[in-house]
Design a protein around this ligand. Structure first.
Ligand SMILES: *Cc1c(COP(=O)(O)O)cnc(C)c1O
Length: 254
């Protein structure tokens, strides 16, 4: 890859510019680590982002969208057939929806029906429900286990010491496909602690693979502010909101 800056025509819409800039950031980070840019997926975090803006991002080529709140995501998904832009490109896949926020057991049935991925599984009970409730007509639900690498009290994620047992149990569930691990480091602990958390997640993935677990191709780590460090540590999926859609405002009422 060359260092030639990406030329974005001046009349390119802002969202397309932001997407191009982000892809360039990711490619530069991959290049510094000697990694193939195709090995890192961009998950556009669209929480609080209105459905028509998601449609613009989709038009610009973005396919994977991450949502935190189940109800908000369902509303946008139900709008999609009505707002889907018609550009004559029938081959363009519809959005692939990823749940990246906390999941309560009373929402597992709808999530098992409506999402392709869940990044935030941290309890066997939730995983069992998702597996039981995944409709037969759909492929297995892709899941990542969220790990509380930094041992934060009261935060989501399975404790590091329990992660291997949880992953081994989830790998046996018939309607789930365990794809890997996810972490959200505490930004208040600083950049070096964040890097250590990314490296700890990658090391855990390596231990799981060594223990015989198969198909672990995903490290979901890195956001707008730290995606370079995440990619250096081996991230295969960066979850980016602000750097793509701008600063978040409160979700619209109703
Ligand atoms: C909001 C959120 C993101 C995106 O954060 P940005 O800093 O806006 O890129 C990523 N992952 C999770 C789990 C989030 O909740």
């Amino acid at each position: 890859m060359s260092d030639t800056p990406l030329i974005v025509p001046h009349d390119t819409p802002p969202l397309q510019q932001a997407l191009a800039a982000l892809q360039q950031r990711m490619a530069a980070a991959c290049q510094r680590s000697g990694r193939d840019p195709a090995s890192v997926r961009l998950l556009a975090v669209s929480k609080t982002v209105a459905a028509p803006v998601i449609a613009q991002a989709w038009m610009a080529g973005q396919i994977d969208f991450g949502e935190n709140y189940v109800q908000e995501a369902l509303e946008k998904q139900s709008l999609w057939p009505h707002i889907r832009p018609h550009d004559g490109d029938s081959a363009r896949p519809d959005p692939v929806w990823h749940l990246i926020g906390p999941l309560q057991s009373n929402k597992t049935a709808v999530v098992a029906r409506q999402f392709a991925w869940v990044h935030s599984v941290d309890r066997l009970k939730i995983a069992q429900r998702l597996s039981d409730q995944r409709p037969e007509g759909l492929p297995p639900l892709n899941v990542c286990v969220q790990v509380n690498v930094q041992g934060e009290i009261g935060k989501s994620g399975v404790p590091l010491a329990e992660a291997q047992a949880l992953c081994a149990a989830i790998a046996l569930l018939p309607r789930l496909r365990l794809r890997g691990l996810m972490v959200i480091p505490d930004p208040d602990r600083g950049a070096s602690a964040t890097r250590a958390a990314f490296e700890a997640l990658a090391a855990l993935r390596d231990r799981l693979v060594a223990s015989g677990l198969q198909g672990l191709d995903t490290l979901s780590m890195g956001m707008s502010g730290d995606l370079e460090d995440a990619i250096a540590a081996g991230s295969t999926c960066v979850r980016v909101g602000t750097a793509l859609f701008g600063a978040r405002t409160a979700p619209p009422a109703g």
